[in-house]
Design a protein around this ligand. Structure first.
Ligand SMILES: [Zn+2]
Ligand SMILES: [Zn+2]
Length: 150
């Protein structure tokens, strides 16, 4: 097991959360977590599966889905529903927003504390209790813009 590649802090967090939730930290869960933390972006379950498949051909996509949902419940990752088409997983669980390239579908993190602390329009108050706010900005990323210029 290549646990040492995983930061001790992340590993301890995983151990503690599993423990508290009464979830067994299986080898598969650990491998999925390790892969998740090594992808420094917003991976889909399919991407995690693809990357794990080389080393662990026995891990099924269903196991990945289930494990990622468990991690979501534990607060280790956040599920993102981007543009109603894909479920992505965000390993960054701090408050932030997203820039989504409509061309290559890459997702980038945006920090905007002014927005987080801003007063919401009055009409929102009448709609219910706010639990979180997440902003999606859609556009074409610089990489794609440069590519189309070539
Ligand atoms: Zn792009
Ligand atoms: Zn993010």
């Amino acid at each position: 097991m290549e646990i040492e590649q995983l930061s001790t802090q992340h590993l301890n967090q995983l151990r503690q959360l599993c423990n508290e939730a009464g979830i067994k930290l299986t080898h598969q869960r650990l491998e999925i977590f390790r892969e998740l933390m090594s992808v420094n972006d917003h991976p889909s379950a399919e991407l995690i599966h693809k990357r794990l498949h080389k080393k662990h051909p026995t891990i099924a996509i269903d196991t990945i889905y289930r494990t990622l949902s468990t991690f979501d419940e534990l607060g280790l990752v956040k599920k993102l529903y981007i543009m109603n088409e894909r479920t992505l997983f965000d390993t960054n669980v701090t408050t932030h927003h997203h820039f989504i390239c409509t061309h290559c579908k890459k997702v980038k993190d945006i920090y905007w504390s002014d927005f987080d602390n801003s007063t919401l329009p009055e009409m929102v108050d009448g709609m219910g209790k706010i639990e979180s706010r997440h902003l999606e900005i859609h556009g074409v990323c610089n990489d794609c813009l440069h590519k189309s210029e070539e």
